[in-house]
Design a protein around this ligand. Sequence first.
Ligand code: NAD
Length: 257
Amino acid sequence: MQLRGKTAIVTGSNSGIGLGIVRELARAGADVVLNSFTDRAEDHALAREIADTHGVSARYIAADLSDGEAARGLIETAGRCDILINNAGIQHVAPIEAFPAAKWDAIIAINLTSAFHTTAAALPMMRANGWGRVINIASAHGLTASPYKGAYVAAKHGIVGFTKVTALETAREPITANAICPGYVLTPLVEAQIPDQMKTHGMDRETVIREVMLERQPSKEFATTEQLGGTCAFLCSDAAAQITGTTISVDGGWTAL
Ligand code: NAD
């Protein structure tokens, strides 16, 4: 129960990787705040299920992170933030000349700019409590590129840079900032890419998974949400107190190629 007494806010956590991280941090004893832009009964029920399973406090706070004020409002409404996981993200796949400008703006706002706003709101709380962890869920696409993912690759490279700045500005304090760079994890976000990829490459589903998605993942296995949650728990542990300003790849060897 290494995280008992800590409050973790995980953006974009009613599904996929964010939900896996919430479950792992709650298992380690942290109180958790879940978030997405929806405000449905099932979102709040999910928080109750996590509270009941792990004996922690769990709340769901709706906030649309494409809006900077709403992103800051999420942290203010939570009222306490020891661990901030910037995870919310969207994707769109298209060649540069056909990339809709509105999609570019939305991807930069949600995948990158929201982390600036939440971090700005959370750092004073971490300083007040004398401890903090900022973990940004970047991507292998924060370190490498693929065609047709211009906005996503730009946002993910951007968040890796912002992570380094956050680490330098907190380096003399008991606060760390790091980015996790997952390879492919089978979540709703990845599921949603499969039809686009099938169209772009003219392939069937299985071929896209094997030859496009896992083509660059030498392990030939998807990473799991549990593994990403475990990596976050490690970064919150005392063993990781001197790990700051860096990236941790969870990508089956993708970035070793
Ligand atoms: P997902 O679609 O399952 O989850 C994304 C989450 O973000 C959801 O909870 C969604 O509701 C939320 N979200 C979207 N728009 C939002 C908004 N405007 N305001 C608030 N919340 C919003 O996707 P995922 O695969 O779990 O992705 C999570 C993160 O991991 C993303 O940043 C993604 O880029 C990154 N990532 C995913 C993979 C992968 O293979 N799945 C690989 C590398 C990085």
